[in-house]
Write a protein that binds this ligand. Structure first.
Ligand SMILES: [Zn+2]
Length: 346
């Protein structure tokens, strides 16, 4: 690797060594208090003999808590002797954003999850994205990236995946998502997806699932439970730890319900800024044309609220909280039951 493409982030982990290694990546960040300062990013690697390699990440966005909690607990309790293969755990990938409790990096103002595949000579987020893509990903067979909807939305507890063109990879991805065992798995085509971590993972032919385990800027109790169970379920499914995945649902059903969001109709955007009053919670059934909520202009007299309507029928995947929205903000996402034939239609 030439110096122009080498990462500037120091990594003392030997990914091929058996046993447990808990360390920090050292990412250079010059600042007022220290010109030679670094940001320390926690990484825990367990390896035992041969077997699949599973990458578990949380804290790519700093205001999403269930993943970091679930992964910190897993990192503290999983022992190298009980695994076959390798588990790479990064509970707080975007440490500056995690410590600042923000979606975007307080260092460079960027969304790490829109910086892939990154640039070793770029800004802090671009440098970190490049490290994840070029140094970490080559060691993974499957990636589980734990997210929530952050401050802006709440989410129905779910895994998610792109509709991957390769049928074998798509099937393996769906099996992995089903094994995770969230109430829903959402197949989607995404908005502005080329620069996301998931896209980077897929470009390398690695199985990629994400999660949405809550949101609204608080810790979702059930989201933590589903997240903790889910990462262990994936390790079981891939044969890294013993046992069968437990995918039983609170409503008595045996497993995950597969859903999809296809096309622009599923997304509801605010056409103007104002105070948004939603009418439905995550998981609720809605119909195309039904009232989704109102944008109020409480600073005006005699200015009636704007009515927003759904473009698709289905269940609410993402729901904005009651609060101020800007023009162009996504305030609701509607998911429909997964249909293989409809999904395959370009
Ligand atoms: Zn996120």
């Amino acid at each position: 690797m030439g110096s122009s493409t080498a990462s500037r982030i120091r990594c003392d982990i030997d990914f091929d060594r058996d046993g447990r290694q808990a360390a920090y990546l050292h990412a250079p960040l010059s600042r007022d208090t220290s010109g030679w300062g670094v940001v320390q990013i926690p990484i825990i690697v367990l390896k035992n003999g041969r077997g699949p390699s599973v990458l578990l990440t949380g804290g790519v966005h700093g205001d999403e808590y269930e993943g970091p909690i679930a992964l910190s607990r897993l990192a503290a309790t999983l022992r190298a002797e009980e695994i076959s293969g390798r588990v790479i755990i990064m509970p707080a990938v975007n440490v500056p954003a995690v410590l600042a409790d923000k979606r975007l990096s307080p260092v460079d103002g960027r969304d790490l999850n829109r910086c892939f595949p990154g640039d070793p000579r770029g800004t802090f987020s671009q440098m970190l994205a490049h490290f994840m893509d070029s140094v970490v990903l080559p060691h993974a067979d499957v990636s589980v990236d734990l997210h929530t909807a952050g401050h802006s939305c709440d989410s129905a507890l779910s895994t998610n995946m792109h509709y991957v063109a390769d049928e074998a990879v798509r099937r393996r991805t769906m099996e992995t998502a089903a094994a995770f065992g969230a109430p829903f798995n959402v197949v989607f085509w995404g908005v502005d997806e080329g620069a996301t971590f998931t896209s980077s993972v897929e470009r390398r032919g690695i199985v990629s699932i994400g999660t949405e385990l809550g949101g609204w800027g608080r810790v979702n109790i059930e989201g933590v439970r589903i997240g903790e169970r889910g990462v262990r379920n994936v390790l079981k499914q891939w044969g890294v730890i013993e046992g069968a995945p437990d995918t039983r649902q609170r409503d008595g059903s045996a497993g995950t319900r597969h859903m999809m969001v296809k096309g622009a109709k599923g997304y509801c955007f605010a056409p103007r800024g104002g105070l948004f009053e939603p009418l439905h919670r995550t998981g609720e059934r809605v119909s195309a044309g039904e009232l989704a909520g109102y944008v109020h202009f409480v600073e005006d007299v005699d200015n009636p609220p704007l009515e927003l309507r759904y473009g698709a029928s289905g269940l609410i995947w993402m729901a904005a909280g009651p609060g101020r929205v800007q023009r162009g903000d996504c305030v609701a996402v509607v998911m429909t039951d997964y249909d293989e034939a409809e999904a395959a239609r370009a």
